[in-house]
Every structure is written in structure tokens, then in C-alpha cells.
Design a protein around this ligand. Structure first.
Ligand code: FE2
Length: 166
């Protein structure tokens, strides 16, 4: 795809976001089924349902632009999926990220993608039927990141208490 204008760039990033979310929804199913604890499993389950709705919102953005939804492969999320599979094979290796770290990474990359799309949509003066679904997805990703960060704090407090208790 040739990227020469902001419009091209927006289309390009939209196709990448669509790929990321469609890959992420599958990953979340696997991660929810195999989560190391219930709190994280519930969080993954909930976000999987939310991600399904986010995919529909992205499809509505394509539609608002008069285009068919299309996904373009992006290696960042492929790397995340690979990390998850590595986790299954060699979970004890310190270099392999934990499920929580994988989830945090994914939310951060999604937030960045939506921030960029919202900014470009503003520059291109796109209408609400393009901007609003992207803003809704961005808000949900930020909420999910916050929930994960709170979980991270809780879990590390528990771990510290467990270590101190031994
Ligand atoms: Fe997400």
C-alpha cells in the first residue's frame, strides 16, 4: 500500500488496528483459558467480549469511509502472540514475559494505535461516525490498562507479603 497522504496513512493504520484486534481476540481466548489466576482470567474474559465489540466498531469505521473492512498484518501483535506461546513452552525462563506483562504490552500498543488514529481523524476532519468508534475503543483500552496495572500492584503486594511471611 502506498502511503502518500494523511488519508492513506489513516487507512493503513486502520487496517493494522483491525488486524491487531482480530488477532488479540483469539489470543485473549487462549489467555483466559490458561490464566495463572482467577482475577487475571476474569479480566481476559471480560476484555475478550469487549474486543469483539471493538472489532465491530472498527468495521463501522471502514463502512463510514465507504470501504470493506480489511486487515493488514502487523508484526508487533505477532510478536506478542509469539511471547505467549513461548510462555507456554518455557514459563520459568526470566526472559519470557508473564501473561500479565503480555497483557500490559498489548494494551499499550493498542492505546498508541488508537491515539494515532484519533489524531489523524481530527486532522482529516472526519465525521463522528469515524471518530466516535475510535474514541470509544481508545477509552476502553485505557480502562483495561488501568485495571491491569491495579492487578499488577495487588499481585506484587501479595507476593511481597508471601515472601515476608516465609
Ligand atoms: Fe485491548
Amino acid at each position: 500500500m502506498n502511503v502518500e497522504t494523511f488519508e492513506d496513512l489513516f487507512g493503513y493504520q486502520l487496517q493494522h488496528a483491525y488486524y491487531v484486534e482480530r488477532t488479540h481476540v483469539e489470543l485473549l481466548s487462549e489467555m483466559a483459558a490458561d490464566a495463572p489466576n482467577e482475577a487475571l482470567g476474569d479480566c481476559f474474559d471480560e476484555h475478550r467480549e469487549q474486543t469483539d465489540r471493538q472489532i465491530d466498531r472498527l468495521a463501522s469505521v471502514f463502512e463510514a469511509l465507504g470501504r470493506q473492512p480489511r486487515a493488514s498484518r502487523t508484526r508487533t501483535i505477532d510478536g506478542v502472540v509469539e511471547s505467549w506461546h513461548q510462555h507456554g513452552e518455557s514459563a520459568d525462563e526470566p526472559a519470557v514475559p508473564t501473561p500479565l506483562e503480555i497483557a500490559l504490552m498489548t494494551e499499550r500498543l493498542e492505546i498508541r494505535a488508537y491515539e494515532s488514529l484519533v489524531m489523524l481523524a481530527g486532522r482529516l476532519a472526519y465525521a463522528d461516525d469515524v471518530v466516535e468508534p475510535l474514541e470509544s475503543n481508545l477509552a476502553e483500552e485505557r480502562e483495561t490498562l488501568q485495571a491491569l496495572e491495579e492487578l499488577e500492584t495487588e499481585l506484587s503486594v501479595l507476593e511481597t507479603t508471601a515472601v515476608e511471611g516465609t
